[in-house]
Design a protein around this ligand. Structure first.
Ligand code: PHE
Length: 475
């Protein structure tokens, strides 16, 4: 294998890396997905479960992906091929490298569609289409967008073009410039919105819902959902973090950066909950509204605010920014690989990768309206009601991200040399290092493996455990 691959640009500083990595992590997953997944899973107990997953599985895997990226400074395909080359199961590690650049393409295809919705909402807010109307009209507006293929594909295309435009300019000229502006702006606006929601909404109900756990509301599914959400939100198992790690200089502390990313990401998810649920309860809206929560609930919020239209525009603009700092990190793994194959062709390679992703995304968009009868896996009973969009979401955010995360932990824990790990993490042979290694050698593979088995057996594992537990209690 030819390992003489192109050298990639590096981040200007640890801080710009941090902004970019937080930018990747903070996205629709925090502001759109987290609140509705919490809503569907009953609130506080799920939030705790989620935080547990971030600490136990999330942070160790962020560290692992960053260290593998930085060790070899190449795309996931070539990094894993490189480390795996003289190991048994070489093919498996090659395949894992490929999975690490293909999964983000799968995610980006449907993620780009949703980023398009947020762009569309910037314009809707600006035009006054959501001003002075009741909650039902807001809901109808959302349903109208969902059923219009032309509008949806138009905005998806805009979102993809913006993404490609930034990525094409490279690490320093594109990615860094974008996150340096978008991330600080996002934080400020989010804080303003939280302050408003706490002031104008039903704070005590929202606090109860988010922070008082009722464990009876958790099901076997919640455990999988929490793990899937943690992986999705931290951009794990998808090549984004590993690729960003490849652009990291050797003087930066990976453990510190990993904790910073996980902390900021979780904070933003909780803040998004605090911006949304007080309003949900104050307006008697349903916390279990699912994917429409942000697009239906928030416009109602803004409509009631002084300068609501202005805040509304800003808010959707900024969710769009949060989405864009994630979409660029989803396109980058494939582009970095293509750049290694065909050096000095970043522009062309970006548009090649972007165009393929866009085409899959069009199918995802159509599956929500004109192609809603098409169920590609309809012959399997449990997928009988899932269209292209749902399948991409389900498989990339649950199955493949978890599998990749499990495999990468196993790889770093059992296949990579201990000295290499020590060197990259800069932790000395300390208790902390031993603890991390125990997590990735044993806890992550087994924990995520069980969650995965429970998932493929449709909750059988969880049901049996519950049965055993109840039996033991009764006996
Ligand atoms: N973490 C992003 C979010 O929460 C999504 C994402 C997943 C981005 C995988 C990059 C890679 O929205």
């Amino acid at each position: 294998m030819n390992m003489a691959v192109a050298k990639h640009e590096k981040w200007s500083s640890g801080f710009t890396f941090l902004l970019a990595a937080i930018g990747s992590a903070v996205g629709l997953g925090n502001i759109w997905r987290f609140p509705y997944v919490v809503g569907e899973n009953g609130g506080g107990a799920f939030v705790l479960l989620y935080i547990g997953m971030v600490i136990l599985f999330g942070i160790p895997v962020v560290m692992t992906e960053l260290l593998i990226g930085r060790r070899y400074q190449m795309s996931p395909v070539n990094s894993l091929a490189h480390i795996g080359q003289d190991k048994p199961a070489r093919r498996l590690w090659n395949a894992l490298g490929w999975s690490y650049v293909l999964v983000p393409i799968g995610i980006l295809s449907f993620y780009g569609v949703v980023a398009g919705w947020t762009l569309n909402y910037v314009v809707k807010m600006g035009s006054g289409a959501l001003t002075g109307v009741d909650a039902t009209t807001v809901e109808n507006t959302f349903n109208g967008m969902m059923s219009d293929p032309v509008v949806m594909i138009f905005w998806q295309t805009v979102a993809m073009l913006i993404t490609m435009g930034i990525v094409a300019r490279g690490v320093k000229g594109g990615l860094e410039k974008a996150v340096e502006i978008l991330m600080p702006a996002l934080f400020i606006i989010l804080l303003v919105l939280v302050a408003y929601a706490l002031y104008a909404g039903d704070t005590s109900k929202a606090m109860d819902f988010l922070f008082v756990p009722d464990f009876s509301k958790l099901t076997g599914r919640s455990v999988l959902e929490a793990a899937g959400q943690a992986f999705f939100s931290l951009s794990l198992g998808s090549g984004a973090i590993m690729t960003y790690g490849a652009y990291l200089t050797k003087d930066i502390s990976i453990p510190k950066m990993s904790c910073g990313v996980a902390f900021a990401d979780t904070l933003v998810a909780l803040l998004a909950g605090l911006a949304i649920f007080p309003i949900v309860f104050a307006h008697g809206l349903d916390p279990q509204a699912g994917p429409g929560l942000v697009f239906v609930t928030l416009p109602v919020v803004f409509d009631g605010m002084p300068f609501g239209q202005l805040f509304g525009i800003l808010f959707f603009l900024l969710i769009t920014f949060a989405a864009v700092t994630s979409t660029i990190s989803l396109l980058e793994p494939m582009v970095s690989y293509l750049e290694e194959r065909v050096p000095h062709m970043r522009l062309k390679m970006t548009f090649l990768a972007g165009a393929v992703t866009w085409a899959v995304g069009v199918l995802a968009a159509l599956s929500l309206n004109v192609m809603s009868d098409v169920k590609p896996l309809g012959f399997i009973q449990r997928f009988a009601d899932k269209g292209v969009f749902d399948l991409l979401d389900y498989f990339s955010a649950n199955v493949f991200m978890l599998l990749n995360g499990l495999m990468i932990a196993f790889f770093a824990g059992w296949v990579m040399k201990r000295t290499a790990l020590l060197e990259e993490l800069g932790l000395e042979d300390s208790g902390l290092f031993k603890f991390w290694r125990l997590l990735i050698k044993v806890v992550v593979p087994i924990g995520v493996g069980l969650i995965f088995i429970n998932f493929v057996t449709e909750g059988w594992l969880m049901d049996s455990l519950e049965g055993l537990f109840n039996g033991a209690m009764a006996g």
